[in-house]
Design a binder for this molecule. Structure first.
Ligand code: B12
Length: 213
């Protein structure tokens, strides 16, 4: 049935995918197993997008499906994980910066970090620097992730890094940034510690910073 799930997601059959997830969870399948299968489906979708078989509407639908599936899976996961914070590899505060409302990529990053054992505090979109600072104080993450698709938002990323510095929290967190236009130069400009081209790189970077491989 797990393979049927991959097929339903990659085939854009949203309601079938949701029913399958509900059934699998009822059968006691580990939420993490389900999320791993979603990751496999996302890889197929990404390939189809690159080949020109899928377009933006499919990516948007993917984001929507993943949100629905991850909230079903997360509801189960938090039951077992929240009792023991030590089970997480690390904590990440994540958001799309002020002025930018693109969140499909950010949600995929959140989802992938989740699947890989990180506790993610997703602040949403259009997030002002003050909200990042408050979230660092409240959740004490080791990592902060910022997403942006608009070139206008680079300054907001820089401002947020500065606000974290001004609040005396800069040495407590590693900061990663991402989004289609981000590159090494933007990383240097904003003062972030690293950047990732996709959600897989986000996870590798986060694991590296937490001392994993
Ligand atoms: C879908 C889309 C929208 C949707 C967003 C829906 C949503 N819920 O997100 C809607 C229609 C709302 C939208 C609105 C706008 N958009 Co728009 N949009 C796009 C589009 C087509 C795709 C973006 C996307 O979702 N890509 C797919 C995801 C999966 O990729 P991704 O975001 O890059 O994420 C991956 C990586 O970058 C990385 N990543 C992402 N975040 C992070 C974070 C970290 C920490 C790490 C490590 C990695 C990482 O991992 C992700 C997964 O692999 C792009 C064009 C494009 N080709 O990028 C334009 C684009 C980004 N939009 C653009 C514009 C101009 C706008 C508008 C201003 C349009 C308007 N005039 O109203 C508004 C902006 C409103 C605002 N204030 O933000 C421009 C930006 C130009 C610029 N240089 O700034 C683009 C480039 C289109 C263009 N060519 O002109 N948009």
């Amino acid at each position: 049935m797990l393979e049927k799930l991959v097929d339903a997601i990659a085939g854009m059959r949203e309601e079938e995918a949701i029913s399958l997830v509900e059934e699998l969870l009822d059968q006691g399948i580990e939420p993490l197993e389900i999320l791993k299968k979603c990751r496999a489906a996302v890889e197929i979708i990404g390939e189809k997008y690159e080949k020109g078989e899928y377009f933006m509407p499919e990516l948007i639908l993917t984001g929507e499906m993943l949100n629905r599936i991850s909230s079903l899976a997360k509801a189960k996961m938090t039951e077992s994980l929240e009792e023991d914070e030590n089970k997480y590899i690390g904590k990440v505060v994540l958001g799309t910066v002020k002025g930018d409302i693109h969140d499909i990529g950010k949600n995929i990053v959140a989802f992938m970090l989740d699947t890989n054992g990180f506790k993610v505090y997703d602040l949403g979109v259009d997030v002002p620097s003050s909200k990042f600072v408050e979230a660092i104080k409240e959740y004490k993450p080791q990592i902060v992730g910022m997403s942006a698709l608009l070139t206008l938002a680079f300054d907001k990323m820089k401002d947020t890094v500065k606000a974290i510095e001004d609040a005396g929290l800069r040495d407590q967190v590693k900061i990663m940034i991402g989004g289609a236009p981000i590159n090494d130069q933007i990383k240097e400009y904003t003062g972030a510690d690293g950047w990732g081209q996709d959600a897989v790189e986000a996870v590798s970077l986060a694991k590296k910073w937490m001392g994993g491989n």
